[in-house]
Design a protein around this ligand. Structure first.
Ligand code: TNX
Length: 554
């Protein structure tokens, strides 16, 4: 069934909406009331975040009514309440919560009528999501005048998946606290709720580990090419976790291992094993790769210390991402034994795991989250259809063919072991793919040319939004097999915040729609209109974005 939700400039598209004919003006000073004083304490922080965000979005200064006060008769106001009235029929959300919450509930309602706006839901998080809908409506209604005039409507909504994320590489280019806060702002406005923080990789180490000062000394000094390095202090991370929490976003940290670890070797050379023949060949071809050695006790002292530090810094996450991707050149048996012990170590510290798909070859099982990224059809295309087009040294290419061929079995294996799959197919949600659409403005030609990995074939905005996570994920046949949907932004080609934003917008809201809105809703004609309607608010926020020729821009 294709439900259309016409005339509402919302993304992700809501589950259901009825649009009326009247309008109501929301003006500076419009007060936000909590309907029952019993729920004031729970909802006050949510209102405070909403007021800050609306002011930042459009400069509209709403106000919080004093706790317990009744809205004066006849005065337009916004009311919020903790109730699931009228929401009982909404479908259940599938997937896994990154915060491990057992009773999470994001179902909510929003009603706009002559009295103003009512937002309700059974939890503060649900009310926050409903207020986010209001934010989008206010932003879209913003004109030069003082009032935002909203069309009457009733919206009942709930997400399809519990895990709606973005994996963010802060290694290849170091992005500091302010940039990460802006990314959290973007996630929040599109109802995404997980920031997967890729904090370690070959080019750098980005967080403090007690007893291992060289990781943030030598290890953090650089980034890709000659870009400046950096790392997050414990205070920085506390700041980010709190900022995310206010927006009902969980930050899930990643320590990527046993591959992608040469920043560790730069810091502690004694941890570096003798490279395997495959690794030596790759290094000779200019790829600085290496893998951790499970036979050294010091390796496990480091793993234990680093994971413990992450647990301290990211108390809201029920899980640690322990990597497992691209352990190039490592013996298969060694790889599995390493990942097994890393899993055991994480569980021993009281946390659950997320791993990249290759780690399915180790002891993953029930309750684990396995991240699917190597989309099989693309692999077949890459290696069968166009081998002659490769500019890669043949040996490296051979290694890639082997690695990716093995990867075709990973997700079916993970599913058979009872793991939940986090859908991140690199064909559709790797936002470091070049754009296939052309720039509408000549000023963006250079960015369009430079940004995104050239090894990937470009994808269009339409393709980014036109896929279904169940259909694309091998061996998964229904929503319940998935943890959710997560995009990734890798920063090899990105040198600045505006480069980053150029690749995130407009595709990030499309990913949000895939993760949130009901299946079978994909319709580019409608989505492109709703995306284009976001552009003024990106401009007001000062966010760079790609002005694609495929968008119906004013
Ligand atoms: C593969 S995705 C990687 C990253 C690269 C990315 C570029 C994954 C688990 N590993 O190391 O940055 O491709 O898109």
């Amino acid at each position: 069934m294709t439900l259309s939700v016409p005339s509402l400039p919302l993304i992700p598209a809501p589950l259901s909406a009825q649009v009326g004919s009247g309008t109501t003006p929301i003006t500076p000073g419009t007060a936000v009331h909590v309907e029952s004083s019993l729920s004031s304490a729970d909802l006050e922080p949510v209102i405070a975040t909403f007021l800050t965000d609306v002011a930042a979005d459009i400069g509209l200064e709403l106000q919080a009514a004093p706790a317990g006060s009744e809205p004066p008769d006849g005065l337009i106001h916004i009311s919020v309440s903790l109730t699931d009235e009228g929401l009982g029929e909404l479908p259940a959300t599938s997937g896994v919560r990154a915060d491990g919450a057992q009773h999470a509930d994001e179902r909510h309602g929003v009603r706009i009528d002559d009295s103003g706006i009512a937002v309700w839901g059974p939890t503060p998080e649900a009310v926050y999501r409903g207020l986010t809908t209001v934010r989008q409506l206010l932003s879209a209604a913003k004109t030069d005048g003082d009032a935002c005039v909203l069309t009457h409507a009733t919206i009942l909504d709930t997400p399809r998946f519990a895990w709606r994320g973005l994996s963010f590489d802060v290694v290849r280019t170091f992005h500091g606290v302010d940039v990460v806060r802006h990314v959290l702002d973007m996630l929040a406005v599109y109802k995404l709720n997980v920031l997967h923080f890729h904090l370690t990789d070959d080019q750098g180490w980005r967080f403090e580990v007690p007893g291992w000062p060289e990781l943030t000394g030598t290890g953090a000094a650089g980034a890709m090419h000659d870009r400046p390095g950096g790392f997050f202090t414990d205070a920085d991370l506390a700041n980010l976790v709190a900022y995310a929490r206010e927006r009902f976003i969980t930050i899930v940290p990643e320590f990527d291992m046993p591959g992608h670890v040469t920043a560790i070797f730069a810091s502690y050379p004694e941890l570096e094993p003798i490279p395997t023949p495959g690794q030596l060949r790759a290094r000779a071809a200019g790829f600085p790769i290496g893998t951790l050695d499970r036979h050294q006790d010091r390796t496990w002292e480091l793993v234990q210390a680093a994971l413990s530090a992450l647990i301290e810094r990211f108390p809201d996450s029920a899980r640690l991402h322990i990597g497992g991707d691209e352990a190039w050149g490592m013996d298969d048996g060694e790889f599995v034994a390493f990942v097994d012990r890393a899993i055991e170590t994480t569980r021993g510290l009281g946390k659950e795991i997320v791993v990249w798909q290759e780690a399915s070859r180790a002891a993953v099982g029930e309750g684990d989250v396995v991240q699917f990224w190597i989309e099989p059809n693309e692999i077949r295309r890459m290696f069968k259809d166009a081998p002659q087009e490769s500019s890669m040294p043949p040996e490296i290419r051979q290694a890639l063919v082997e690695t990716f061929s093995k990867a075709l079995e990973d997700i079916p294996v993970a599913v058979s072991k009872g793991a939940k799959i986090l859908a991140s197919p690199f064909t559709h949600v790797y936002l470091d793919r070049p754009y296939a659409d052309q720039p509408a403005a000549v000023e963006q030609a250079e960015l369009h040319e430079r940004l995104g990995l050239r090894a990937y074939s470009p994808i269009s905005l339409e393709q980014c939004g036109a896929w279904d996570p169940v259909e694309i994920t091998p061996a998964v046949t229904e929503d319940s097999g998935l943890a959710g949907v997560e995009a990734a932004i890798w920063c090899e080609t990105i040198t600045s915040e505006s480069d980053l934003q150029f690749l995130l917008l407009p595709r990030l809201p499309q990913v949000a729609e895939t993760a949130w809105s009901p299946a079978g809703r994909v319709d580019w004609a409608d989505q492109s209109v709703r995306l284009a309607a976001q552009a003024p608010s990106w401009d007001r926020r000062g966010w760079a974005w790609f002005k694609a020729d495929s968008l119906p821009l004013a």
